[in-house]
Write a protein that binds this ligand. Sequence first.
Ligand SMILES: CC(C)(COP(=O)(O)OP(=O)(O)OC[C@H]1O[C@@H](n2cnc3c(N)ncnc32)[C@H](O)[C@@H]1OP(=O)(O)O)[C@@H](O)C(=O)NCCC(=O)NCCS
Length: 188
Amino acid sequence: MSALPNPLPYKTVCFSETVITELMIPSYSNFGGKIHGGILLSLMDKVAYVCAAKHAGNYCVTASIDTVDFLQPVEVGELVSLMASVNYVGNTSLVVGIRVISENIKTNIVNHTNTSYFTMVAKDENNKPVQVPGLILENRVQVRRFIEARRRKEIKQNYKQEVDEITMPDDYLLCEQLLTGERCLIAQ
Ligand SMILES: CC(C)(COP(=O)(O)OP(=O)(O)OC[C@H]1O[C@@H](n2cnc3c(N)ncnc32)[C@H](O)[C@@H]1OP(=O)(O)O)[C@@H](O)C(=O)NCCC(=O)NCCS
């Protein structure tokens, strides 16, 4: 790697790595006795903010969240740990990767509940996006995560373009054909 450019400093991934551990209390649970997905999302947003703001040295906002799949239910009484690190930096945005695990303190069984990627944008005092420091990659894992994040960004741009191009055919008969086999009825 060439000499580090000025004036914005480059920062290591370790500099902003953040872990939050929280006890899952009864008021976090849903009617089924499991923890609400929204509680986990809120904790993920919090850890993403801490990690991003520390790297950016500025206030950050959440621009987007790349897939949230809840792989395992979380129970009341478990400890949930959220491990966050900067995976990628653009110009004013950065991607924070978050791994969430739950731990049963009696059995010591640890479950991976989900992994998500939060795109955060740094803002200046006038609420305008502001450049973030570059990222110093110190090992192969960090290099892999950076490359993967860049690829996800490209895929998302293509996906967005394809979604924007989805239109309903003008021909109503064609719509009916398209919906053949679906569990819906078009009311006449
Ligand atoms: C996200 C936000 C800052 C983008 O502002 P903008 O004026 O459109 O800024 P730009 O188009 O210059 O984009 C700034 C950066 O954000 C990135 N970005 C913008 N929208 C994005 C999205 N939906 N997903 C991923 N990245 C996004 C851009 O790629 C750009 O990154 P780069 O500078 O690293 O290349 C703005 O839309 C905003 O403030 N949204 C509200 C965020 C918020 O309040 N979040 C809390 C949840 S309620």
